[in-house]
Design a binder for this molecule. Structure first.
Ligand code: AMP
Length: 406
């Protein structure tokens, strides 16, 4: 079975193709047989397409900013040139899309039908940077591949069971009735990591209280009780919660009112400042990338040091919140760019929890761990580093849904 996965962002279009047996899913995530990425930020009205197969790599300049033309070109590399892995595009059995916002309607992945497309369209005001790009991808596949089944895998779905006490904001209730509530994001990754954690530990997911720390450019925590997401740090939008690469995370909302009243900031300006000019980038004045922050710290840069201290402080503060929601903890998971690669962040995040019996093995922590337990044998909480596999998680959802519609 050939499963194409599309992961569309506001400025990029990632894609990969899995070749899977029809009978059983492989136990471990297989490598895709083809992967591609269009970067739309290289120049105004142009894109750069990079394609990779196990044997070859190719770069193609896209001379127009037309998204449909870009996706068509990208899919053509599946059937022609050095990166050809299929005889014909009709060999693709099913296409899975990561969809950032599914609102409160979808708690599972679904086959895309006209009402599902309508729901994704209606949610554009809540995800203006992402949902239009997902619709472009879905429409492009309809035009290029015709009637192939398409699946929407929502980043919000895993959080759909968060109870009202954690989902409703303490603001006028009619705003909740209009849809202003905690949705949560990174759900595909939180769900994958919780399942993988249970698998690594050889325990039933139902028996575990887990906190997953998805620490990438965007970052969020999830409190997962028996496999069900019961709280998360991101909220109505992916801006709430942890300090991030260029996003502020939670701040006093009155700061915005002050800036609008006293300094004349517009909504669009504030949106840009909080989403693109804050976090590591805003505090350090250097970069949104933790690696640049750590290099600057080594050269004695005080604001870089402050940025990292704040990041850890806020991470631990929110960890405490997730811990209280769970009322106990069996497993702490680190994942995504920072969670998987920064031993320093993991070490600092694990300091000060002795009263929980949480003990990090610093040797294991420093040994580039992947999908392993880095806690000491006598730790009361297992600490895992898990390589998140969002594309593989989407492919698995497609595989399961495909067998239901055959
Ligand atoms: P993601 O959004 O999951 O791709 O994460 C990207 C972020 O991970 C980058 O912006 C960096 O801040 C961080 N990152 C990646 N590799 C490392 C590393 N070796 N050390 C520290 N941070 C890293």
């Amino acid at each position: 079975m050939k499963i194409l996965v599309l992961n569309a962002g506001s400025s990029s279009q990632k894609s990969c193709l899995y070749a899977l047996p029809s009978q059983n899913l492989p136990e471990h995530p297989p490598s895709p047989i083809w992967s591609a990425n269009i970067d739309w930020t290289v120049a105004e009205g142009r894109g750069l397409l990079k394609v990779k197969t196990p044997l070859t790599k190719q770069e193609i300049q896209l001379e127009s900013g037309d998204r449909l033309a870009g996706i068509t070109k990208m899919l053509n590399t599946l059937v022609e040139g050095e990166t050809k892995v299929l005889k014909d595009l009709s060999e693709i059995d099913i296409v899975g899309h990561r969809v950032v916002h599914g609102g409160s309607k979808y708690s599972e992945a679904v086959i895309i039908t006209p009402p599902v497309k309508e729901a994704i369209t209606n949610l554009i005001p809540l995800a203006p940077a992402h949902n239009p790009a997902h619709l472009e991808g879905i429409n492009a596949i309809e035009q290029i591949l015709g009637k192939v089944p398409q699946v929407a895998v929502f980043d919000t779905a895993f959080h759909a069971k968060i109870p009202p006490k954690a989902a409703v904001y303490p603001i006028p209730y009619q705003w909740y009735e209009q849809g202003i509530r905690r949705y949560g994001f990174h759900g595909i990754s939180h769900k994958y990591c919780a399942q993988k954690a249970a698998e690594i530990l050889g325990k039933p997911l139902k028996s575990l209280k887990i906190i997953t720390c998805h620490l990438g450019n965007g970052a969020s925590l999830a409190a997962i009780d028996g496999g069900i997401g019961i709280n998360t740090t991101m909220g109505f939008t992916p801006l709430e919660g942890l300090m991030m690469g260029a996003r502020s995370g939670s701040i006093d909302p009155a700061i915005l009112i002050y800036l609008m009243r006293e300094q004349g900031y517009t909504a669009d300006q504030l949106n840009e400042m909080l989403n693109q000019e804050s976090g590591f980038k805003g505090v350090s004045g250097i970069s949104a990338d933790l690696r640049a922050i750590i290099s600057a710290m080594a050269e004695g840069n005080q604001r870089a040091s402050l940025a990292l201290e704040m990041y850890i402080h806020r991470l631990k503060y929110h960890l405490g919140g997730m811990l209280a929601s769970l009322g106990g903890l069996d497993v702490l998971v680190f994942t995504a760019g920072i969670g998987e690669n920064s031993a320093l962040v993991r070490e600092k995040a694990c300091e000060g929890w002795d009263f929980l019996g949480l003990k990090l093995d610093t040797v294991k922590n420093n040994a580039r761990p992947e999908d392993i337990d880095i806690s000491t044998p006598d730790s009361a909480v297992r600490i895992l580093v898990i390589h998140t596999e969002e594309d593989w998680a989407i492919a698995q959802e497609c595989w399961h849904l495909r067998t239901t519609i055959e």
